[in-house]
Design a protein around this ligand. Structure first.
Ligand SMILES: O=c1ccn([C@@H]2O[C@H](COP(=O)(O)O)[C@@H](O)[C@H]2O)c(=O)[nH]1
Length: 271
């Protein structure tokens, strides 16, 4: 039986540090790597990142959109790479931001199932259809030791347009955080259910005290967020998983340069 994601994440962070590196094969990056904006380039890029980083960072976060660009064969490239990431000891967080009515959500959540050909450790999900719509994913995560990161306060500049809207006496974002906190109620020390909160926020406008799970913090580097922003935004004791994609990936394709870029971020985050 696989240990719950929250425990596995805590172990990985202790052993390897909190940094998550995103695998985002943007067209521009494929070309900059001399890899070509095609299936072969996608494979070379992905394998290059995995070879350089899967043995040292705690979490790798492939961005599904860049694989789906190439159709089923692009997804097959990712499927093969996910196996390599996991056997090298990295946790895999699939960034696909899925969300649908519960019966369909159950099928998306199969990414966390032991029998899935591309089983991952955790995935990002969208709460826009309401908390009940995500319940099947919570159930699958619990049954298979998986984790979920729910979009709460995203890093894009206009995110507040919807996330600041009021539902009763709370913002939508706070309602999301509170819902996720409820899922962690039985395992508050290392919950398997987290939220996404951008490192780009001017101020932390959600209360994370009752979350009991990890915070995935994108928006570092190219989007403007910095390690200092993380320290400013998140109280001591919050389990923050900072994630960086382009700012590390531009260092490739040289594996040593990729590792050095990840180590620079890890060092800056630890400072
Ligand atoms: O609020 C969010 C949620 C997800 N993302 C994703 O993270 C990476 C960020 O890439 P960078 O190159 O480090 O900017 C990307 O895959 C986004 O889709 C986010 O940025 N903000």
């Amino acid at each position: 039986m696989t240990a719950p994601f929250g425990q596995r994440l805590a172990g990985a962070v202790t052993a390897r540090g909190p940094l998550c590196v995103g695998i985002d094969p943007h067209r521009e990056l494929l070309l900059a790597w001399g890899a070509g904006d095609d299936l072969d380039g996608l494979r070379r890029f992905t394998d290059g990142v995995v070879e350089a980083l899967a043995g040292s960072v705690s979490v790798l976060k492939p961005q599904m959109a860049f694989y789906e660009r190439f159709g089923a064969r692009g997804v097959a490239v990712l499927e093969e790479a996910v196996g390599h990431m996991r056997s090298a000891g990295a946790l895999v967080l699939l960034d696909a931001k899925r969300g649908d009515i519960g019966s369909t959500m159950a099928a998306y959540a199969d990414y966390l199932h032991d029998d899935h050909p591309m089983q991952v450790d955790a995935m990002t999900v969208s709460p826009y259809l309401g908390p009940d719509s995500l319940q099947p994913a919570v159930d699958t995560a619990r049954a298979h030791g998986g984790g979920l990161f729910v979009l709460a306060r995203t890093s894009n500049p206009d995110a507040g347009t919807l996330q600041h809207a009021r539902v009763g006496d709370r913002s939508v974002a706070q309602a999301v955080v509170d819902t996720v906190g409820g899922w962690n109620a039985e395992t508050p020390a290392a919950g398997s259910f987290g939220v996404v909160v951008g490192a780009t926020l001017r101020e932390l406008d959600v209360d994370l005290a009752g979350l009991g799970g990890p915070v995935l913090a994108p928006g570092l580097g190219v989007q403007g967020g910095s390690p200092a922003d993380l320290r400013r935004l998140f109280a001591e004791g919050t389990v923050v998983v900072p994630t960086v994609s382009r700012d590390v990936l531009t260092a490739g394709p040289d594996p040593a340069a990729l590792r050095a870029a990840a180590e620079r971020w890890a060092g800056a985050l630890a400072a």
